[in-house]
Design a protein. Structure first.
Length: 748
């Protein structure tokens, strides 16, 4: 028990002691608390604070017992605290010692009657000062000391959750910092001849122990699934990787351990005489406090503008996993809170998939009800013991941070909305530019193509970026859904010219394609002469491209809007909120393997565009970190070959003729439609699915023999991602260490 207490002292925050009495005031507190069970005659005769502070017989007894059982320092601190409490809560001054000094002589004290616990009933009034027996004082002292320790430890264990997640995130920050230092050194001194080992000039990374530890973590913690052969499922929960599962299971373990250990119980406790009652009371208090302590974490991990996403480089889905399990633990710790139970029920995976709208509305509504209910409950049911009154709102220290985090995140969302969609520009034609959207549905591909021209043209898209899309002019206009930016182009001309001419040939072209126009872009797709803009000069108009697979709810409504337009592009109003996401430095790896499924191709194309741009800038001598990638292989599987052909004709066309790019296309549904663009370039669409195990092993072996680094980017259905992750883990266990596995989330 002593070791446990010291552990809490070291690891818990100092604020956990804010509701606990100072140790030197505990003796006097035990004295005047014990007299609360004895009634005294005189005026005032009723009222806890009135009698404790002003009744001469009771005050004299308190002074006398303090003389016997407390040291000089304890009396000074304890009586000063009692006087302060009398003023704050009783609105009285403590009767000074001088007023009753004649009854506090040594002879007077020794002549006082000594009483034991419950020797005098509440109905029997004492007409003279009385002393506490030693057994009565010790019993009350141990009772209050136990209660004080439990109160302090409850909050300390609650703060341990912050320490735990702070440590987890600190490890993530350190790993990202070390990775940055590694590539900075490598860029400065050049790659090491050994496989993925930094140059010997870097003292830290040159240490074999550090290198081996990093490799072990990558092989056995970061890359593999929670359990080999079981995919991403563990104990009925979903985890992308083993390290996520370990972090969550560690928090579950701490929650269970902190719930059952550290109780200071003893027979004869004045508040709860038997040990069973003490355990029930203390455990109820602890789980409730720990549940409240988890609320700030709950809201922090759910925020889109979570600063930890930027600091650690982890994805939003990773923090979403943490958010869900913190919510589950908090709910189990406070099962009496009905609203938070509904939050958990409505956030189940099946409900989110079937109806994202119901999940979103219910989640926000019940979360607000939970916070309001917590404030109301604490206001009405502030705990009061027989001796220590918890005035104020000490539990609000857990609620207000939750409100602050939620409000800050919402404010940042609104700021992002205005920034992305509204731009004020002094122009002859338009003063305010807003976001404009054109969408079309390809029935053969079963995909909606959204071409969004943001109101703010200063946006800088990067690979890995995603936005939340709103359709404001509908009944549920506040609903928003995340979509990865599949590609972006820059159009030459004015908004009015390009967006208002129906049926005009596609004149868009990504800036990364400019150096390759003469070789890769067909004649009808080259930039034509455009009319000058209203300012007399041509401008570059940014256009973001999203691919949406219609399922249920809002995406199905978008599909219906497109079908009603009779195969004509539909102009609608969508709002962007973003950008979010983390751009993985794919360009630092000499070899890249991209394994995509369906609309997961949206994760690959931005990296391919970035590769072309970096290569072009490097050849032109532009000051930018040049892509080190020399070989890219894309393996893409889709249900409909029409989708493959459409993307190959548009976004992939500049890459299909490059020597450093190779692609394999697979479809799982037979189709009579052929893809002329692929046939002309020597590509074909194969039936079935690729064998990922042999593919990844082969690429890992080639990279190892060449002494280069291999990055594997995966985005697609969970089954395909699990297969790719398992194959990568197996290759790493076989000794192919220079592999980096990156998985983009396919679901939310």
């Amino acid at each position: 028990m002593r070791a446990l207490r010291w552990l809490i002292i070291v690891l818990s925050a100092q604020s956990a002691r804010s509701d606990v009495l100072p140790q030197d005031a505990l003796c006097v507190t035990a004295v005047y608390s014990a007299y609360n069970y004895i009634s005294f005659a005189g005026v005032p005769a009723k009222g806890m604070w009135d009698t404790r502070c002003q009744n001469p017989l009771k005050v004299t007894s308190i002074y006398a017992a303090s003389e016997i059982y407390c040291s000089d320092g304890e009396r000074t601190a304890g009586l000063a605290q009692l006087a302060a409490i009398c003023r704050e809560f009783g609105h009285h001054e403590l009767l000074p010692r001088d007023v009753v000094a004649e009854n506090l002589t040594e002879e007077a004290i020794h002549s006082m009657r000594t009483v034991d616990y419950l020797e005098l009933s509440r109905a029997d009034y004492a007409h003279t000062p009385v002393l506490l027996s030693a057994s009565y004082f010790n019993r009350m002292f141990n009772t209050i000391d136990s209660w004080q320790f439990e109160t302090w430890s409850h909050h300390a264990f609650g703060y341990m959750g912050y320490a735990y997640w702070g440590g987890i995130c600190l490890l993530g920050i350190l790993c990202r910092l070390c990775e940055w230092m590694f590539y900075r050194r490598q860029h400065q001194f050049g790659p090491s001849p050994e496989s993925n080992i930094p140059p010997s000039t870097d003292i830290w990374y040159g240490l074999p122990l550090v290198r081996d530890a990093c490799r072990w973590m990558q092989t056995y913690l970061i890359t593999p699934a929670p359990i080999v052969g079981q995919g991403r499922y563990l104990l009925g929960f979903t985890f992308s990787s083993r390290v996520e599962a370990l972090a969550v299971l560690g928090f579950w373990f701490l929650g269970i351990i902190f719930t059952v250990v550290g109780y200071r119980t003893f027979p004869g406790n004045i508040y709860w005489p038997d040990v069973k009652s003490q355990v029930l009371r203390y455990s109820a208090d602890r789980t409730g406090i720990m549940s409240f302590a988890n609320l700030p974490l709950l809201w922090l991990f759910s925020g889109r503008n979570n600063v930890l996403i930027w600091a650690t480089g982890w994805s939003f889905p990773t923090f979403t996993i943490f958010h869900r399990h913190v919510a589950r633990i908090a709910t189990l710790q406070a099962v009496a809170l009905f609203a938070i139970t509904l939050v958990i029920v409505t956030s189940l995976d099946r409900i989110r998939v079937v109806s994202y709208e119901i999940f979103l509305v219910a989640h926000i509504l019940f979360s607000v009800i939970t916070l309001v209910g917590c404030f109301y409950t604490l206001h009405r049911l502030t705990p009061r013991s027989h001796t220590i009154v918890f005035e104020g709102h000490e539990y609000w220290q857990y609620l207000w941070p939750s409100i602050l985090v939620w409000a800050l995140d919402r404010c940042l969302r609104v700021i992002r909305l205005f920034y992305c969609n509204i731009h004020v520009k002094l122009s002859r034609r338009r003063l305010i530019h807003t976001t404009e959207t054109r969408m079309a549905y390809d029935e053969a591909a079963d995909v909606i193509r959204l071409e969004v021209t943001p109101g703010m043209q200063l946006l800088q898209p990067t690979p890995g970026s995603y936005y939340f899309l709103y359709q404001p002019f509908r009944f549920f206009g506040w609903e928003n859904h995340p979509f990865t930016v599949g590609a972006w182009t820059y159009e030459v001309g004015s908004r009015e010219t390009l967006l208002q001419v129906p049926g005009k040939p596609d004149e868009s072209l990504d800036v990364s394609q400019l150096p390759l126009l003469s070789e890769t872009v067909p004649e009808h797709e080259r930039l034509n002469d455009t009319e000058p803009s209203s300012e007399g000069t041509e401008s570059m108009i940014l256009k973001l491209i999203f691919w949406v697979r219609p399922y249920h709810g809002w995406t199905q409504q978008l599909r219906r809007q497109c079908l009603r337009a009779s195969n004509q592009p539909v102009h609608t109003t969508l709002l962007l909120e973003g950008p979010y996401g983390y751009s993985f430095p794919m360009w630092r790896y000499e070899s890249v393997l991209m394994i995509m499924g369906g609309t997961g191709i949206a994760s690959a194309i931005p990296y391919l565009q970035d590769h072309i741009r970096r290569c072009a800038n490097g050849m032109d001598g532009i000051s930018e970190e040049t892509s080190q990638t020399r070989d890219i292989e894309l393996v893409w599987t889709a249900r409909q070959s029409a989708f493959l052909c459409d993307i190959a004709h548009r976004e992939l066309r500049p890459l299909l003729s490059r020597e450093d790019f190779h692609a394999s296309f697979y479809t799982t549904r037979p189709s009579e439609r052929s893809c002329a663009d692929l046939d002309d370039l020597g590509y074909s669409v194969q039936m079935g699915r690729p064998h990922l195990q042999s593919l990844i092993t082969s690429r890992a072996c080639d990279a190892s023999m060449a002494g280069i680094k291999l990055a594997i980017l995966v985005c697609g259905p969970s089954g395909m991602a699990d297969e790719a992750r398992a194959a990568t883990h197996r290759a790493m266990r076989q000794g192919y260490q220079s592999i980096k596995y990156v998985e983009e989330s396919f679901t939310w």
